[in-house]
Design a protein around this ligand. Structure first.
Ligand code: F6R
Length: 590
């Protein structure tokens, strides 16, 4: 949800900002802008649209050693050049970029207007720039930043370029900011891939911490009003992992990485995992929470814990969690799942739980993210950077960790690990050219027949996979898709089925198999074109996609053909699967 990159050093800052924005585009891609300062003053260049094909020569800015840039996912104010960041303060001294929502921006704006400040845009960000300008009249820039930031409500990360002193200042609460350091150069960004080309030495800012970059780098805690020291850490993500080549899209690359990422998810400290499993076992009144795809992983987790470990854990989506806080005590455990670790709805649920003194287990993919920091027990999914906006490999890594924990609760961690390693091996064998071709052919048929709806059914462990499969299809192909618990069909859904409607049945070799086949038969009887994702073919299937039979790991393997189908539908319909319309990777606003 908006990407920020700032640079100060000896290289061509505009070029670094442009490259950084291209790496951050997954965070928002409706418009972008770059600012810089030279001896003639401050300059801003903005454009509506994606940045992918923009060359340095297209960016009409002078060369400079300092720059601040932003790629936007609009919240306040339409998608226009004017509303694109960066934003100037009135005198053009300050240039501001922002990720988040200033919840009290209207009050601040009204007050500033009364004092004579004029506004050029509809954004909440411009309010920050003007307030900073006002506060700088009576304070040095650090104190002006402090006064400004402490007046803002909501989850915000802001970076300011002070054109007068050529200083970059960044501060965060709730939304991420990370500083990259190299000899004589500094980067400040929303996420590490923005500067991974140049350095792997990073410093993550915590809430209310500000980094001030000039000739040197200084840190302050603005809430506690004191200077602090922070150490850099080495990031283990590699440049190679954040590159899509030789694949056409990150989505395909990340889908095909899953045999490896599932294996990486098993690489956990066993003692720690067992100890966390014990915490789950002994907790009372626990909740699995997450949003979107991570929410579906949480839902699958509730089935794993129920059927494998006989442990009742409630599932609730992050944005609905606060209504359930009344059941939390200091014995409760929240299992919060998030790829980015920055999803506002998930983080708010965590905050609610912490206020009740409940403990938080965070299952998270991004190192240094807010969830990793807020969690009492952080567990990393180890999937490496997930760049495609829609989540694929992070989902199967989340499922893998939940499965491991479910086995560990039964003191059977080794069995869980063996199952996942076998899954990884089987998937490696499965995902060859012919397999992809088979799914591509199915996508071509659906496109050729111009279907507007696709329905997906599953039961038990694979109920959440039906929901996730439908989410993948709709978010990248824009074909309407819905997932259902197969048993719900006859309670209304079946009215939607017409002759030829593509219906996907996810049929595992488990105790639900015959009920699943009955539901598929009911759909076929109403004209549904039955696509079976299953280890074995069945006469009810019009089209069969084979998956290996992996027992309790069935949700992990079953989602992969659905991810591939979504991918080929998107590409076949001419959409960019990496950047679906209206979406952003990291949803840091409510
Ligand atoms: C769908 C998708 C989203 C995310 C959701 C939560 O493909 O990616 O539904 O799963 O926005 O994001 P994280 O996992 O970062 O909390």
């Amino acid at each position: 949800m908006c990407g920020i990159i700032g640079y100060k050093g000896q290289r061509n800052a505009v070029e670094i900002a442009l490259n950084g924005l291209k790496k951050l585009e997954y965070r928002g891609y409706d418009s972008w802008g770059i600012s810089t300062v030279d001896e003639k003053g401050a300059h801003i260049f903005k454009k509506v649209g994606k940045i992918g094909s923009i060359n340095l020569s297209d960016v009409k800015l002078p060369e400079s050693s300092i720059a601040l840039a932003h790629t936007r996912w609009a919240t306040h104010g339409g998608v226009t050049e004017k509303n694109a960041h960066p934003h100037f303060s009135e005198s053009k001294r300050f240039i501001v970029v922002h990720n988040g929502i200033v919840e009290n921006y209207q009050q601040i704006k009204e007050q500033l207007k009364k004092e004579g400040y004029k506004f050029q845009t509809e954004t909440d960000t411009e309010v920050i720039a003007q307030l900073l300008e006002k506060n700088s009249k009576e304070n040095d820039i650090k104190n002006a930043l402090q006064k400004t930031f402490l007046s803002l409500e909501g989850r915000n990360a802001i970076v300011v370029l002070d054109s007068k002193t050529k200083t970059l200042m960044g501060v965060r609460k709730g939304s991420p900011l990370v500083i990259g350091v190299n000899e004589k150069e500094y980067f400040i960004a929303s996420d590490v891939p923005a500067f991974l080309d140049y350095t792997t030495d990073v410093i993550f800012l915590e809430d209310y911490e500000a980094g001030i970059i000039n000739e040197s780098l200084e840190f302050f805690n603005l809430k506690e009003n004191k200077k602090i020291t922070k150490k850099s850490e080495k990031i283990t993500w590699t440049l190679e992992q954040a590159k899509k080549e030789p694949y056409a899209h990150f989505m395909l690359k990340e889908i095909l990485e899953q045999p490896n990422t599932i294996r990486l998810a098993t690489m956990q400290d066993e003692e720690e995992l067992n100890s966390i499993a014990n915490k789950i076992k002994n907790a009372y009144g626990s909740f699995l929470i997450g949003c979107g795809t991570a929410g579906y992983a949480a839902l699958a987790g509730s089935y794993f814990f129920s059927k494998i470990s006989r442990k009742h854990i409630n599932f609730i989506v992050g944005s609905e969690f606060s209504s359930h806080q009344y059941f939390l005590t200091d014995k409760s455990l929240i299992i919060a799942i998030s790829q980015s670790g920055e999803t506002a709805d998930t983080l708010e649920a965590v905050e609610v739980a912490k206020k009740k003194n409940s403990k938080v287990l965070g299952i998270v993919n991004v190192m240094g993210s807010s969830l990793m920091r807020y969690a009492d027990y952080p567990l990393m999914t180890n999937a490496g950077p997930e760049i495609c906006v829609c989540s694929t490999k992070a989902f199967t890594s989340q499922l893998s960790l939940l499965l491991l924990l479910a086995y560990a609760i039964n003191n059977k961690l080794e069995d869980g690990k063996k199952l996942l390693l076998k899954t990884s091996e089987e998937l490696k064998k499965l995902l060859d050219k012919n397999y992809l071709e088979n799914i591509k052919k199915l996508a071509e048929k659906i496109i050729k027949e111009n279907h507007q709806h696709i329905y997906v059914i599953g039961r038990s462990f694979n109920y959440s996979i039906a929901l996730e499969a439908a989410l993948k299809i709709k978010e990248v192909s824009y074909i309407h898709a819905e997932g259902f618990a197969a048993g719900e069909l006859k309670h209304g859904v079946i009215a939607l089925i017409e002759k030829g409607t593509p219906c996907i049945a996810i049929v595992a070799n488990d105790e639900e198999k015959s009920a699943m086949i009955s539901s598929a038969t009911e759909l076929k009887a109403r004209g549904g074109f039955m696509i079976g994702i299953a280890p074995e073919n069945n006469p009810v299937f019009n089209y069969w996609i084979k998956v290996p039979d992996l027992g309790n790991a069935s949700p992990i393997v079953n989602v992969i053909p659905a991810q591939l189908l979504a991918y080929y539908l998107a590409v076949g319909l001419g959409h960019d699967p990496d950047k679906p319309r209206n979406l952003a990777k990291s949803v840091t606003v409510k």
